[in-house]
Design a protein around this ligand. Structure first.
Ligand code: TPP
Length: 576
């Protein structure tokens, strides 16, 4: 039984006799051996030997306009392709500019290999020009961080880095490469097996635990599955579907798990959590068996833990044992890959529990308390904009978002029926993520429609990447849900800070259409509801990138909502 769970199987290259070459040459050779077809990055002094190799070999490199853009693009690429995203930057400020992206990838379990240039080994620790202690800085936000100290270690380190990033629970791995090592020559032997006795992720679940779960399902009257991003990372959407069909258990998605189960399925209850659906949250609250699959019970999902799923036995399937019991007491822990666990559950073909009354109750709840908003027939309601976008793209576009109100509306109103169409910064909540992530997503899937749904504030954090759309012929469509404010901050100030709008409203804004034109991109401003359908059609018909400035109702709030300190059953703003 293999314990090496790869995200996507690569063809194993034939062994090659070891050759003498420089460190930078080794790096590029190793990337080729790992099947890397694109690097996202930005050059500078300490990493120049590697850039020289990039030039000589012609390996594809996307030159972002800021290192943060490069790393979020690598994340978007990883999320959509299932392959590791590779990011190469220089030492010092180049390296510190990717710290947010590394933290983002860590908390959202995205496989990245990040290569940072470093000052020469003889200068490390001397406060040399452009020296930053990247090991010290990134240790808590990577799956592993390496500093290469000798040329002999380099092939092994690169091989281990890819192995660690892509196996078990995926995550970012950093390789800090001092300049002298990249210039030194040594023997490149890339055919040695990875040998990490202390790192052996458990892939196959324990059969006894699976049987306990089967037994619990057969007894449950009110079971619910909570499906998270782990289902997607394990490529297990098909198995989840089969298991749900077999056992007829209703499904709630986490924010990051959207798309792991079809939104239009009768048993799909929507997203749970702070801005989840009433039915999803009440189902968890009332359930007698909660089966979490690849989800980590974060506070945005659970609300006040004291009121979370008070009547439920909890089963938790996760490849990362550290997640089990971290936030929620778990009666049936199942450590292993979600795909393998689901396959075993399907094969067990256990007795279905008698949950027909429960399912009928939940269907009624879904009918009675759907997501809702008030239309006025004139202003563009952001929720309606997303509904129309979903219609116009048949729910099949890849949607990336930033963080804030627009993110929640996209999660609520875009019906994700397929896996890996949804790219959002869930754990870290990183403004500035959505636009570069769309670039990475489009590079991963050049023929798919990629729409970046962004807030006007978040977009302004990484909009310098507009430069590369025309340059690379990327047809990314950017939709600004423009409420002239830091919408989510404004909402919280309205609800919890006595309407004191401290630094959250934009008195003036750039002319986004002119900005688009400056980058040789089609730009459109849309202010009336009556113009939305046509505008979306024009956007999608246009054979190139588009920047759409949708002026939406400024004071719209995201509902329903679980306010801080409240339980899942205490949602406000539910349809009256
Ligand atoms: C880098 C970063 N800084 C600050 C925040 C805190 N924050 C969360 S949402 C938000 C407002 C976002 O405004 P906008 O991008 O316009 O989106 P909207 O909420 O209006 O849809 C802020 C400031 C954050 N999430 N990320």
């Amino acid at each position: 039984m293999s314990t090496n769970f790869k995200l996507k199987k690569r063809e194993q290259p034939k062994p090659e006799p070891p050759q003498e070459m420089s460190g930078s040459s080794m790096l590029i050779q190793a990337l080729a051996r790992e099947g890397v077809d694109v690097i996202f990055g930005y050059p500078g002094g300490a990493i120049l030997p590697t850039y020289d190799e990039i030039y000589k070999t012609g390996i594809r490199h996307i030159l972002a306009r800021h290192e943060q853009g490069a790393i979020h693009a690598a994340e978007g690429y990883a999320r959509v392709s299932g392959k590791p995203g590779v990011c190469v930057v220089t030492s010092g400020p180049g390296a510190t500019n990717v710290v947010t992206g590394i933290a983002d990838a860590m908390i959202d379990s995205l496989p990245l290999v990040v290569i940072t240039g470093q000052v020469a080994t003889t200068l490390i620790g001397t406060d040399a020009f452009q020296e930053a202690d990247m090991i010290g800085i990134t240790m808590p936000i990577t799956k592993h961080s390496y500093q290469v100290r000798t040329i002999e270690d380099l092939p092994r380190i690169i091989k281990e880095a890819f192995h660690i990033a892509t196996t078990g629970r995926p995550g970012p791995v950093l390789i800090d490469l001092p300049k002298d090592i990249s210039l030194t020559t040594g023997l490149f032997d890339y055919d040695k097996e990875v040998h990490l006795p202390g790192y052996q992720p458990t892939v196959m679940p324990n059969r006894l635990q699976i049987r306990k779960l089967v037994e619990a399902v057969s007894q449950a009257k009110k079971p619910v599955i909570l499906a998270g991003a782990g289902v997607l990372h394990a490529h297990a959407a098909q198995e989840l579907f089969e298991y749900v069909e077999q056992q007829q258990i209703p499904v709630v998605n986490t924010l990051l798990g959207l798309g792991s189960f079809p939104a239009d399925h009768e048993l799909h209850l929507g997203m749970g959590g702070m801005h989840g659906t009433y039915t999803a949250n009440m189902a968890i609250h009332e359930s007698d068996l909660l089966i979490s699959i690849g989800a980590r019970f974060d506070d945005r999902l659970t609300g006040n833990l004291a009121f979370f799923a008070p009547n439920a036995r909890v089963a938790h399937i996760d490849i990362d044992p550290a997640e089990i019991g971290k936030n929620i007491e778990t009666e049936i822990p199942v450590v292993g890959c979600a795909k393998e666990a689901l396959k075993m559950l399907i094969a067990e073909n256990g007795k279905r529990g008698d949950n027909s009354v429960w399912r009928a109750d939940l269907q009624r709840m879904k009918q009675e308390y759907p997501l809702w908003y008030k239309e006025d027939g004139e202003t563009i309601k952001p929720q309606q904009l997303i509904e129309k976008l979903c219609e116009a793209t048949n729910g099949e576009a890849i949607i990336t978002t930033d963080v804030g109100q627009h993110q929640m509306w996209a999660a609520q109103y875009y019906a994700f029926n397929k896996p890996n169409r949804w790219v959002t910064s869930g754990g870290l909540g990183t403004m500035g993520f959505g636009f570069p992530a769309a670039i990475g997503a489009q590079i991963a899937e050049p023929s798919s429609t990629v729409v970046a749904v962004l807030g006007d504030a978040g977009f302004q954090m990484t909009l310098q990447e507009l430069s590369i759309l025309q340059e690379l012929g990327l047809k990314v469509k950017v939709i600004l849900v423009n409420n002239a404010s830091l919408g989510m901050v404004r909402q919280w100030q309205q609800l919890f800070h006595g309407e004191r709008y401290s630094n959250s409203l934009f008195p003036i804004q750039p002319d986004f259409v002119k900005m688009a034109e400056a980058y040789d991109i089609k730009g459109m401003k849309v202010e009336k509801l009556s113009e939305v359908d046509q505008a979306l059609k024009e956007m999608l018909d246009h054979d190139g990138p588009v920047l759409m400035d949708f002026r939406v109702a400024k004071e719209e709030n995201v509902y329903p909502m679980i306010s801080p300190g409240k339980g899942q059953h205490e949602m406000e703003g539910v349809k009256p």
